[in-house]
Design a protein around this ligand. Sequence first.
Ligand SMILES: [Zn+2]
Length: 1042
Amino acid sequence: MIKTEKILHLKSSRGRKVRVVREHYVRERVPCYSSLCQAGCDNNGKVLPGDLTHYVVPDVGVVVDYQEILEFRELQGIVFTQTACQAVHHCKGRSRQYNRLRNLLKDPRHDSVLFANEFQEYSFCLREIGESQEQWQTRCVYSAAVWYYNHLAGLMDVVMITEDRDVIAQYSNLHSGVYVISVQEYLQNFWSALRAAHELYSSICQALQEKESECTEKEFTDHLPAEVLEAGIKSGRYIQGTLNVNKHRALTEASVRAEGLSDKNAELSSEVLVYGKKNRNRAVHGDIVVVELLPKSEWRGKVSALTEGQLDEKNGEDLQSKPMPTGRIVGILQRNWRDYVVTFPPRESTQSQSRNSQRILTVPWDYRIPKIHVSTQQADALQDHRVVVRIDSWESTSLYPNGHSVKVLGRAGELETEMQTILIENSIRVPPFSDAQLREMPVNSPEKPWKVDPAQVAERRDLRDSHLVFSIDPAGCEDVDDTLSVRSLAGGKLLELGVHIADVTHFVPEGSLTDLEAHARATTYYLADRRYDMLPAVLSADLCSLLGGVDRYAMSVVWQLDAHTLAVDKVWYGRTIIRSSYQLHYELAQALLNGEQAEVPELSLLSPYEKDAKLAELTQALEMLTHVARHLRAQRDQGGALELEGVEVRAQLDNEKNITALVPRQPLEIHETVAECMIYANHWVALKIHESFPHQALLRHHPPPRQEFFNQLVESAKSRGFAIDTRSNKALADSLDKAVDLQDPLLNRLLRMMATQAMSQAHYFSTGAISEDQYYHYGLALDRYTHFTSPIRRYADMVVHRLLTAAIDVDKGQSPNKALATNKELDELAHHINKKNRAAQQAQKLSTELFQCLYFKDRDPGTDPCCVTDAVIYAIRDNGVLAFVPLYGIKGPVYLKNREGLVLSAEQDRRCEWQSGSVRRYSDHIMTTSTIGTTTFKLFNHITVRISVQSSRCHADSVSLELVYNRPHQIGALHQTQSHGRNQLVQEVVRLAQEASQQVQEKATWRPKLSKEEHEFCQSKSPNLYLLLEEIRELSLMEIEY
Ligand SMILES: [Zn+2]
């Protein structure tokens, strides 16, 4: 090791220049992380492949300004030098970028490594006298590039990229095999097909140029330095929290939910209002900010009137606009900027905006995000397009933040564009699975059929001959992730119940590329017309699908129960091999139970005698199962399990999975039976992993709701003479069951909907992160719960499978083959999965709304009978009511008073007309008074509404409801078509969109490029509507998820 000196000129956080001299040790051996290494480096971890045409070494300027381009996964063989990484690290305000860089280097899916060039004896350069920092850094990077070329004995060419013309002139001819070129040249020469990278490059260039020509007049006050903010928070003078912009009054109203209030401020409500643009001081929705309270005399209240598009807030929220703590933002601790979708304005307004400059003011799709200046040379081509942008900075001299475009999604209003918008706005990334990921997958093809491994047979409990295993799923279902078995033991004294789940983690080792991808997605995403799988199809639809008649690996839970009391005698957990005998669907299973004539496909070839015997055996198993499930359900009912509002349609699918009919779901007992067994398995696995790992198991809890959220439910039910008791889940469940109006079945459904809305969400957590009394699952009335039964489509279940495997190993006296995640790691994982689940839920909701809008968009509300329909009032507001349209599943506000001050009044035939008058709100009704007379709108009354679409150029369209009659819609047929609407609607919109895109393609305009992207995005577009409906049901029930 050789000692030398390294001189650094750093900028302190206050902008002061500091000269630092450090002792610096260099050594001969520093790993090169290349598979071509000729010198036997100690290359632990990621290694660059040897079969590339070159390695690329970006200089400091490129890493600082163009890192996003280097982040493309298509780029290969990138060597980041320590010099460049440190430069990013020391750049003021770049800590997020530095973190991204570190994650990139860690991510095995990205082909890049870090070379510690300044510790390498032969690549390190001493800074020369008179040499600027930039010159020295360039020399270091170049020297690293030359070192690589020599170290790999000329086997690999090396390309250094830079944006500095002088550097290219100075270095490009110094050393053969080491090339120095610009980023643009590099992209053109090596990645000419990677259009997205080229576009991003020009967009970043543009943004950098604009930044240089920025004016200097201040629009905002400067943010305080970090030290001052920290001291202020400590002393209680300032409050720290996350900025939340009010979607409906985004320009003026935002609030900060305070985190970690000091005692001094404890008496303050936990929320601080930030009113107006100046006070918001460049903070963006989601940023962690620091607020200073204004004097009490300047405090104000929130606005409470119904705003367009505004739905039910949590019922407990105080609707009075009394003054509340109000403050101004003095600093920002952490920017939480993500990718935003914006819309470019039409030509007229770009021309008036700026003639010379190509800086365009774009409008984000999310109302809560301020307009963004985007520099571009394509303003004309991009008008009325939706584009993904990133914010670069927001200087105090600028009214708006500056950003650059990353990717063009397409023309606003088109189905594909809007669907991609929904994904990006929810930070959902679902690229096609990469070749490297697919290479990890087992093969199962006609030429090379997958077979059970004899080594696995030796390790697993083999149930193939001993157990009658079967699955019960919706008709036409392909992904079978759960199967059941049940049999009588010990001459009828014992009953053995088994739940067998696809052994996904056998095929997906922890830390593999497929695992990382599944982790990043966390769930399969179901949108209105498509789904994006969490795992590649060879697993989800084949080897991890527990199909009938084939051998499959499973994770099993097997209980021995007392045949009479059904008390648990013994539980066995472990890996198994199964072969499912029957792939039943719900109706068939129920028919067998009911003793009806039914054809079981698996038995069709047998002789009548054999058939009868097999049928009797199967029926007996189903009867036993029903018996056990009834008992389990009764046990949970005692504890207070809740049944909440759900979707009651079922899609009937033909052999090709096309939807042939939508029939109202018949509540079959077998549904509940299967659900109960899965809940039971989840519960027992939760008990097991918690027992084995008290501080680091992944469980799921459902916190009890806050009582005040039930106020609206209780008051509403009271107006119809029903008492809802919310003191416990059992009391709530019982009183909801009794609140039935025989005249109007919708009433009970609406009450359950309100109850659902008042509930908290269920969440995953690590057992070490919260105290045991918080583990309770309110909805299921269980003290321990987790997710074990759907590892194909939920990452949480994969984590739980691994925990269960580790627990079994511990029982056997073996140590788990991998170190377990710590409580902290598991807690972070739980947060990540919870966040992704919320995003999935939100994306699903938005895509359903998108389809509703597309369905109604081209209909004339004045003449089309589809647009006039029945609705029920479910909440009263100051200037109108909230209504639910059962036919289409739409909820929305119905205004009784408009902007001109007119109110809706009913004539003799109860047709409503706008008149001048007044409106008055009561707890369970609202009244309008005009010259025609007084009209009363009561809670739960049926009204007739007209549906139309409010188009928005920059945001999502929305459906609006307009009152037509103050009476039920009379051209009934309500019962025949009830709830068909939503799904017919999806089908029709898909059909129209396909027709439209065909037409466009026939016209052969600029469109083809886009459709290629469309194809890339769709991974499994099979309209497996059943899964979708199941998922919607899950969401609305919160926890019939098993
Ligand atoms: Zn080496």
